[in-house]
Design a binder for this molecule. Structure first.
Ligand code: NHR
Ligand code: GAR
Length: 208
């Protein structure tokens, strides 16, 4: 059984989707813990109700990013994870932290990377006149939102869409592609070669 630790900052709907698919589909894995950088993260309530261990490492309590990263890694490693999943986790992580979890750290970003790394992706996509947007599951590397791509979803932009409408439509696809990507990881179905990810059975890595 692979052990998964999920990091959240807020609502945690992607975390919930992963917890639910893991139980329903009988993955060879369990969510060992959910860790938040905010004590009021709503995702913690769901996780605790499921009997999942929870922990809080408040970034505000640390003088430097390095000190926060070190304590976060210490708490995560207490749960001996095979995979660490960022699910709406809103703190940039330093190179030391990222290297410690190299090859076993995933993120979901609400844009079609490499377009629109960073924050406010839907607003920027609308401003740019994009006709399609989406979400990307990727391995995390020290450079923000630049790691090897595991899976993407494509979502059309409709006339009259605002940031909120677009975010909701993209989020619904995140709840499909993130559990899928995590399932492939725990089933050992992902291969990483020269910075590119393939699914060993040739399954489609795009949801359109
Ligand atoms: N860390 C590394 N090294 N690489 C990535 O690809 C990462 C990462 C940490 C988080 C998620 C991410 C996203 O998918 C993620 C990817 C937060 C920010 C940010 O600017 C940017 C990207 C992402 C998450 N955070 C502010 C900061 O100063 C704080 C914002 C806040 O607290 O609301 O850390 O988009
Ligand atoms: C999701 O849309 C996720 O892609 C995005 O925040 C939302 C979190 O929702 N992540 C980022 O913007 C990372 N910077 P959730 O907490 O309900 O999963």
């Amino acid at each position: 059984m692979k052990r998964i630790v999920i990091l959240v900052s807020g609502r945690g709907s992607n975390m919930q989707a992963i917890v639910q698919r893991c139980a329903e589909q009988g993955w060879p894995a369990r969510v060992a813990a959910v860790v938040a950088n905010r004590p009021d993260a709503a995702g913690l309530t769901f996780a605790a109700a499921q009997g999942i261990h929870t922990a809080v490492v408040e970034h505000k309590a640390f003088a430097t990013r390095e000190a926060f990263d070190a304590e976060l890694a210490r708490v995560i490693d207490g749960f001996a994870p095979d995979l660490v999943v960022l699910a709406g986790f809103m703190r940039i992580l330093g190179a030391g932290f990222v290297r410690h979890y190299e090859g076993r750290l995933l993120n979901i970003h609400p844009s079609l990377l490499p377009a629109f790394p960073g924050l406010h992706t839907h607003r920027r996509a609308l401003q740019a006149g994009c006709q399609a947007v989406g979400a990307t599951v990727h391995f995390v590397t020290p450079e923000l939102d630049h790691g090897p791509i595991v899976m993407q979803s494509v979502v059309p932009v409709r006339p009259g869409d605002d940031e909120e409408a677009l975010a909701a439509r993209v989020l619904a696809t995140e709840h499909v592609i993130y559990p899928q990507a995590v399932r492939w990881f725990v089933q050992d179905k992902l291969r990483l070669d020269e910075g590119r990810v393939t699914q060993v059975d040739g399954a489609s890595q795009v949801l359109i």
